[in-house]
Design a binder for this molecule. Structure first.
Ligand code: SF4
Length: 226
């Protein structure tokens, strides 16, 4: 499979946020979100066998949490599904972070799927694969990255219409970061003020949780591999 990087850091944007985690970042994405902070994954990387990936993951951490991410990892479904199966067999807790555009039916049931639904300001609205709603488990998570009030209203209405809070472990509303964010490690880089978002969520009693990308407040937002 084509890999951009494998590294150990803290999980940053789910209910697992704050836990040490090994990230396996696959190369390539078929979407082009306006605020994407992972454009360096669109090309390049290096070919690695399943055995080489497992070896590197176990060198970094003999057990614990592993997140498969990208890019869009499910573009390499034929390679990444056996990788997830092997990691599960080896005793890892496996998270899969995906754009939601690819079908997820073949993802092993024990994998925790963290699935985006793209909002209008991402430039990739209407890319969510609606069939994925049928393969979500009670341990999975749905994430909306928000850049505006219009995005918030889309997310709020989508989650109510699809009864997402009854389907998954958590629905996360996360303010988008400017993709050129650098320097200060604070909310000034958010495209949507978290305070404003919090006040909308409280006013509407939305059964979602506000998520901040933890790693952007710990390290310089421009840093890769964290
Ligand atoms: S799906 Fe993810 S990696 Fe692909 S363009 Fe959007 S934010 Fe970037």
């Amino acid at each position: 499979m084509q890999i951009t990087e494998i590294y150990k850091s803290l999980q940053g944007e789910s209910t697992y946020a704050g836990l040490p985690c090994v990230f396996v970042r696959l190369t390539g994405c078929n979407l082009r979100c306006t605020w994407c902070d992972s454009e360096y994954t669109f090309q390049g990387g290096r070919k690695m066998t399943l055995g080489e990936v497992i070896e590197e993951v176990s060198r970094l951490s003999p057990g614990g949490l592993v997140e498969i991410t990208g890019g869009e990892p499910m573009l390499q479904e034929r390679e990444v599904v056996p990788l997830m199966q092997q990691l599960l067999q080896d005793g890892y807790k496996v998270l899969l972070e995906t754009s939601g555009e690819r079908p997820l039916a073949l993802v092993p049931g024990a994998v925790v799927k963290i699935v985006d639904v793209k909002c209008p300001d991402s430039g990739e609205a209407n890319t969510f694969c609606m069939d994925n709603l049928r393969v979500l488990s009670a341990h999975d998570e749905i994430k909306f990255v928000l850049a505006s009030r219009a995005d918030y209203e889309f997310a709020r209405d989508f989650m109510q219409r699809q009864n997402l809070s009854g389907k998954v472990n958590a629905v996360i509303f996360s303010p988008a970061f400017r993709k050129d964010a650098s320097g200060a490690r604070d909310t000034s880089h958010c495209l949507l003020d978290p305070q404003e978002l919090a006040e909308w969520m409280i006013a509407d009693d939305v059964p979602a949780r506000l998520g901040l990308q933890l790693h952007k407040f710990i390290w310089d937002p421009a840093m890769k591999g964290v």
